[in-house]
Design a protein around this ligand. Structure first.
Ligand code: FAD
Length: 474
């Protein structure tokens, strides 16, 4: 029997249930389909950085699965067409949870079933299906801590091995990866990224191993330090499914057993993996999460339309060094450290009073790990409008956040080199530095580095006043 395996956000061979089951039964036709947003029905299309990652991830998958067929078009038409053309009897895939994907997959499943084709979908990109965990009263979780508590009580199945000696179907279908047009040119803003990142299953495995050996120790507290290498940077690999969360779960547990001192850090790491699960849980049960305030009272907030300020934020020209460092790290590498994501997001929403949707869109275009569930849940978390969100009155102070989490200024100087020679005590507020300190460091505010686009104290006050409208609406 031949089975079509439809690859989507599961670009790996290990612990890939759809591929594993299909290979057990006989020959396999592995297919990846690139759809336009019109074809897929996506409301929040993939951005440029993700397309760069996808190109390299597909190249890596093709190197391990020589029979992989790459196609462009509407999956609703292409899948049944391939089934007819190759007289297939079965189609398998691993589940996706974005609202448009659920709708599309449901349609395809129904039409294949009508045609008498065996159609099976599997759990591969999450530890828990969004419907597997529920509150005591039977509904979805809206708060993370009880969700995590319930998660820890569940058994997690062991990961599957990669199938060996897969028999591929001979086919003329498909086109080459270049024709997908995924890579940037004119200008190639991703030049050099292949020296920083290794997309694909092998790269993900290496990164995870290196993290367990070198980064996990101390993760619990050091994960907040953007100047230190204590986070896994696995987020793009998790988004594209190059690494299985089940494998991460079991390998981390094994590591904790072998090195007892790593146990608290290991639990903390798994609890972050569970934040990803929580975001998917929310997206599944509240599909409006990416486009609407989860708490409708936030519709009353008096947002500013301020395209010039938004552009300065995007370019890392706000005059607040920790914010500018984060935004430049993002542009130059496709990644930003979690602590700094929270600081820059708070700055956009609270200091500039620009709607979180503008931040979500910029992150979606520039992050290699852009992920509908994580990105929208996180933006709403910072805004205060989301589930179990940060309280609206928590307004990160970009000066003290810099001092606390980048104490020697190493991270900030790396991304804002024009401040390289400024003493650390003035680094996070150059506008308050004495003129001689600026002169000594070769800085002329407004010339070599911007003056702050808002005054922290006044911006904070204005943000809090804006929330009066939310409170009244709530
Ligand atoms: P690690 O600390 O090593 O964590 C391991 C994994 O756990 C991550 O790869 C990720 O899959 C998951 N994780 C960790 N923290 C969170 C979190 N707070 N929420 C959900 N999952 C988490 N993450 C994305 O994957 N895609 C996004 O588009 C995204 N947008 C964000 C936007 C904002 C405004 C903020 C504040 C956070 C966002 N995050 C997003 C969450 C988090 O910042 C990243 O997952 C994390 O920084 C990735 O780095 P890492 O793999 O080194 O993390």
């Amino acid at each position: 029997m031949t089975t079509l395996v439809w690859f989507r956000q599961d670009l790996r061979t290990e612990d890939n249930p759809a591929l594993f089951e299909a290979a057990q039964k006989g020959s396999v036709l592995p297919v990846f389909i690139l759809e336009t947003p019109e074809q897929s029905g996506e409301t929040h299309p993939m951005g440029g950085a993700s397309r760069w990652w996808l190109y390299h991830s597909l190249a890596s998958l093709k190197a391990s699965l020589s029979g992989l067929v790459l196609m462009r078009g509407d999956a609703r038409h292409l899948i049944p067409h391939l089934v007819r053309e190759h007289q297939l009897k079965a189609v398998y895939w691993n589940r996706c949870y974005e609202p448009h994907a659920i709708e599309r997959d449901t349609d395809i499943k129904a039409s294949l079933k009508d045609a008498g084709i065996e159609t099976r979908s599997f759990k591969a990109s999450l530890l828990f299906e969004p419907w597997e965990l529920e509150t005591k009263s039977g509904g979805p979780f809206k708060v993370y801590s009880p969700f995590w508590k319930a998660a820890q009580q569940k058994q997690i199945a062991s990961p599957l091995t990669a199938p060996e000696n897969i028999q591929f179907v001979n086919t003329d279908a498909g086109e080459d990866l270049e024709s997908f047009g995924l890579l940037p040119n004119k200008p190639d803003w991703a030049a050099g990224w292949e020296n920083i990142w290794q997309p694909g299953e092998e790269g993900a495995r290496k990164r995870f191993r290196a993290f367990l050996d070198e980064g996990l120790q101390g993760y619990g507290s050091l994960r907040n330090r953007p100047d230190l290498p204590n986070v896994s940077r696995l987020s793009p690999a998790l988004h594209f499914g190059e690494i299985s969360p089940r494998m991460i779960w079991h390998e981390t547990q094994k590591h904790m057993t072998a090195e007892i001192s790593a146990a608290p850090d290991g639990v903390k790491f798994l609890s972050e993996i569970a934040w990803r699960e929580f975001a998917y849980h929310l997206l599944y049960h509240f599909p409006h999460l990416p486009s609407e305030n989860w708490k409708p009272a936030f519709d009353a907030y008096p947002w500013r339309e301020a395209p010039d300020d938004l552009a300065k934020w995007q370019k890392g020209q706000t005059g607040y060094p920790i914010v500018d460092a984060g935004m430049r790290e993002l542009w130059q590498t496709g990644y930003m450290h979690n602590r700094v994501r929270m600081i820059v997001a708070s700055f956009l929403i609270k200091h500039l009073r620009i709607h979180w949707k503008h931040g979500e869109a910029w992150f979606r275009d520039t992050l290699l790990d852009a992920d509908l569930a994580n990105n929208s849940a996180s933006w709403q978390w910072v805004a205060g409008s989301g589930a179990d969100a940060a309280p609206y009155f928590r307004i990160f102070n970009p000066i003290t956040q810099g001092e606390k989490f980048d104490p020697e200024g190493i991270y900030t100087r790396q991304w804002v080199p024009e401040l390289e020679n400024l003493a650390t005590q003035h680094l996070f507020a150059p506008f308050a530095a004495p003129p001689e300190a600026l002169q000594q460091a070769g800085i002329e505010l407004g010339q070599t580095y911007p003056k702050p686009i808002v005054d922290h104290g006044k911006a904070r006050q204005a943000a809090l006043e804006g929330y009066i409208a939310v409170k009244e609406a709530g």
